[in-house]
Design a protein around this ligand. Structure first.
Ligand code: PLP
Length: 409
């Protein structure tokens, strides 16, 4: 436990402290939800205005060539590749995480034609499981999605498994997988491995190549600060790309889209996974978020993220014993979030938000706090813990206005 002044002293010597000035953050708000929607970079509205007025407004359709819009999915993908330990030509930006999951799941099954199982874990993010279920509904009956407890993953990998699908950092608990161990176990049985990086990219160093990961997806709107509904990305290791089919065979994934021929011929490498027209304004916003991440040292981000997590856990556990920690205490095993169980978690979070501390709630009973080291300060974490404990002590959460569930929690 530390005092508020000690938290302020930590901020004064924080090597990342200047990054906060690059974001628009409302006064009197402590924002601990960057793991759901990253904050707005100051440069984003300025850049978007330029793209809208100059490129779209004046140069109109010429911009696809003049400003190279047509290649933005690749150029922005190259920047993401630097954050996730991939080669520049192994990542492309396209569609949503969900759609990209479908592309990779379908292709992976095709690469392992004698195997019928996709193996995943019980508390994987629902869209990962749903996309697999949707795909399997298209296929013959003997395909299955096998969902096991996290602890059972490795021992469940056998020769029937085509693909092991995990999310590196669990969206509920913040539990982080050891990707190297999982990849070795999958490859040892001849299976492929697909990793969802939604809660890791931008919040810690990720090294897909070093850990021999075959396939990955991730989204742009969390720690990459790309804005609401920012485009997502997909990664296919170089070794698999030549044989990796594109079943969502859109015209921009064609080898020669402007030949407008009748039959689909896949483009080379990642380009075949593009599908349709890229969302240029959203790509521009994502690019702004990424440029900030690329200026920062990922090791420093990780160190601060864990220190913020430690501080939050220590303060909360010391002052509000009724909250039950859902996140691993061991820094090696957690991502950049801390979660607690509380039977009235929704109301507790609503009461906290009403006081200006923004986290979120995940059913059935998890209150979640994400730490974005580029703009969260030690003192924010100290104050957030303090307010959370006050709300619990005074039972402020039991007031009627905090019980009404909204659509987005
Ligand atoms: C692990 C994970 N995967 C995927 C998604 C969402 O996918 P999409 O971008 O398609 O909405 C989320 C959203 O929070 C997530 O946490």
């Amino acid at each position: 436990m530390i005092s508020r002044n000690q938290a302020l002293a930590l901020d004064a010597i924080d090597p990342l402290k200047d990054f906060r000035q690059q974001f628009i953050l409302p006064e009197k708000i402590i924002y601990l939800d960057g793991n759901s929607l990253g904050a707005l970079p100051k440069r984003t509205p300025i850049y978007l205005q330029e793209i809208i007025q100059k490129q779209w407004g004046e140069d109109l359709i010429k911009s696809w060539n003049l400003h190279n819009w047509i290649h933005w999915p690749q150029t922005v993908g190259t920047k993401i590749a630097r954050l996730i330990g991939a080669k520049p030509h192994e990542v492309i930006v396209a569609d949503s995480t969900s759609v990209n999951l479908f592309k990779l799941l379908a292709g992976a099954l095709k690469l392992r034609p004698d195997r019928r199982t996709i193996l995943s874990e019980k508390s994987n993010f629902p869209t990962d499981l749903y996309m697999a279920q949707g795909l399997l509904a298209l296929l013959e009956k003997d395909y299955q999605l096998k969902i096991v407890e996290r602890e059972m993953l490795i021992e469940s990998i056998d020769h029937s498994v085509a693909l092991v699908m995990v999310t590196e950092v669990n969206y509920l608990t913040g539990h982080r997988h050891n990707l190297k161990t999982l990849a070795e176990a999958a490859h040892g049985q001849g299976a492929l491995i697909l990793v969802d990086l939604a809660h890791s990219a931008g919040a810690m160093p990720v090294d897909l190549n070093q850990n021999s990961i075959d396939l990955a997806v991730g989204c742009g709107y969390k720690y990459l600060n790309g804005g609401p509904g920012a485009p997502a990305y997909l990664y296919i290791s170089e070794a698999l790309q030549a044989d990796f089919p594109a079943f969502l065979a859109g015209w921009l994934g064609h080898a020669d889209p402007f030949a407008f021929t009748e039959n689909y011929v896949p483009a080379f490498g990642m380009n075949r996974h593009l599908c349709g027209t890229p969302p240029i304004l959203s790509l521009a916003a994502l690019d702004c978020g990424l440029n900030i991440c690329l200026e920062a040292d990922l090791q420093a981000i990780r160190q601060k993220s864990l220190a913020l997590g430690d501080l939050f856990i220590d303060q909360v556990e010391a002052h509000c014993p009724e909250l039950v920690l859902a996140t691993p205490r061991d820094p090696e095993r957690r991502g950049s979030q801390v979660s607690f169980h509380h039977s009235h978690g929704y109301a507790v979070m609503q009461a906290l938000i009403a006081q200006g501390v923004i986290g979120d709630f995940r059913s059935p009973d998890i209150i979640r706090f994400g730490f974005a080291p580029l703009y969260n300060r030690y003192v924010d974490i100290w104050d957030a813990a303090d307010q959370l404990c006050e709300i619990l002590k005074n039972r402020t959460w039991s007031e009627p206005q905090f019980q009404q569930r909204q659509t987005v929690t």
